[in-house]
Design a protein around this ligand. Structure first.
Ligand code: PMP
Length: 402
């Protein structure tokens, strides 16, 4: 592993070879050259996975399956076969809802969902509740936008079937106390799904140490390809899941009377999968091996700290940022975030504006939407300067006296 060098790291990302102030990594991160080349190389060869025995197809299958081992190592899963490929965090959560929870849920059962959640970790549960007569129980945030363990304890009942909670908020960067949450839920006999979409790239993750029942993440938030995601399930939970889609390469036998399923994870992956996505993810994870992530994260947080400290001096600004967060959301009193966003974008600073697929959290924070700057290890001091300059310019223009 090489010593973390911000310059070297940045050079790996072709999107940054042109001047580009990219502060939207919480939406999707940029891709390293190695990943782009690996994906291209795959498309320049032939062969699918699990179906053919000519050399290219065999090699592709090996690389494809080896990536499960890489993911298992990344999150410390006990077995690579606990890694199911999906399109992303959204599909992984829906798979838990439909393949694991749906067939065990009764009217009046409860699904406990935190108020911090991205819509991807709320809508699947609301839709499932609609179909089954189960109830969604809100675990509210406090005035600081944080989750209190005492409030969880008050809401765990004999009817609770699942706690759905994020590893990191995509709005404020807040990190819930996951170990405590899981211990408490398990004491009540309740499973926990952890949404790792934001957390995976910023935290070392150990699903066994947490004893998480389910963990999900998306390749594209960790410098990998879009369209590929992961569902990790604890062994006993995996055994409780039932396939919800049928198709090729998920059974060992089928005739007109019935079928015999392959074991997990293959029985949950019918059809030709996103091979290029897995190959791309594999090369991204190879790339991860070459980076000192502790140092990369320290660099990212230092930049976010500098940006937050400077933005905080602007009059009328409110920052929504948890301690040590790579994500900074902010609003200005009596100014529309969308107006600011338009002017900031003219400075070629890539931010995001809106509700960030987290409407309940917006309501709890008492805002209609925010601007959001999210940092990654390829950002620089120059990006911080450009951000502060663009925001200051936009603020001044919009508050200027006639
Ligand atoms: N959860 C969180 C916290 C997210 O930030 C996102 C992506 N914005 C998702 C879930 C959904 O991820 P995807 O769109 O890749 O499925």
């Amino acid at each position: 592993m090489r010593k973390f060098s911000p310059d070297w790291f940045r050079q790996q990302f072709p999107a940054l070879h042109e001047p580009n102030c990219y502060l939207d990594s919480a939406a999707t991160s940029l891709r390293p050259q190695a990943m782009i080349e690996a994906t291209q190389a795959y498309y320049q060869t032939g062969g699918t996975v699990h179906r053919s025995h000519y050399s290219q197809a065999k090699e592709t299958t090996e690389r494809y399956e080896a990536c499960r081992q890489q993911v298992a190592a990344l999150i410390n899963a006990a077995d690579a076969n606990q890694i199911i490929w999906t399109r992303g965090s959204t599909e992984s959560i829906n798979l838990v809802a439909d393949a694991w929870l749906a067939h065990q849920l009764h009217p009046g059962d409860e699904i406990l969902v935190s108020e911090v959640e991205h819509h991807a970790n709320l809508l699947p549960w609301l839709m499932l509740a609609e179909k089954t007569g189960a109830n969604i129980v809100r675990w509210p945030v406090n005035a600081e936008g944080e989750l209190e363990i005492e409030q969880l304890a008050l809401r765990l009942t004999s009817r609770t079937r699942l706690v759905a909670v994020t590893q990191m908020s995509n709005v404020t960067g807040y990190v819930p106390p996951m170990a405590d949450i899981i211990v408490l839920a398990h004491q009540a006999g309740v499973a926990v799904l952890v949404d790792g979409a934001q957390g995976i790239v910023h935290q070392a993750t150990d699903v066994q140490q947490w004893d998480a029942d389910f963990y999900v993440f998306s390749g594209h938030k960790l410098y990998g390809p879009t369209g590929i995601g992961v569902l990790y399930a604890r062994k006993d939970r995996l055994d409780e899941m039932r396939p919800i889609q049928g198709g090729g390469k998920m059974i060992s036998h089928v005739d007109f009377n019935g079928y015999r399923l392959l074991p997990a994870p293959w029985c949950f992956e019918p059809g030709t999968p996103n091979i290029a996505g897995v190959i791309g993810l594999a090369s991204t994870l190879d790339f991860h091996q070459t980076v000192d992530w502790q140092a990369a994260e320290a660099w990212t947080l230092k930049l976010a700290d500098h940006a937050a400290a400077q933005l905080a001096t602007l009059p009328g600004i409110t920052l929504f940022r948890a301690a040590a967060s790579p994500i900074i959301s902010f609003v200005f009193r009596s100014l529309h975030s969308a107006d600011l966003f338009t002017l900031i974008s003219e400075h070629n600073v890539a931010l995001r504006v809106g509700q960030h697929c987290a409407q309940p959290l917006m309501q709890a924070l008492g805002v209609h939407g925010t601007l959001r700057a999210s940092f990654a290890a390829y950002n620089t001091d120059d990006d911080v300067e450009k951000l502060v300059k663009a925001v200051t310019f936009a603020y001044q223009l919009l508050t200027e006296e006639e």
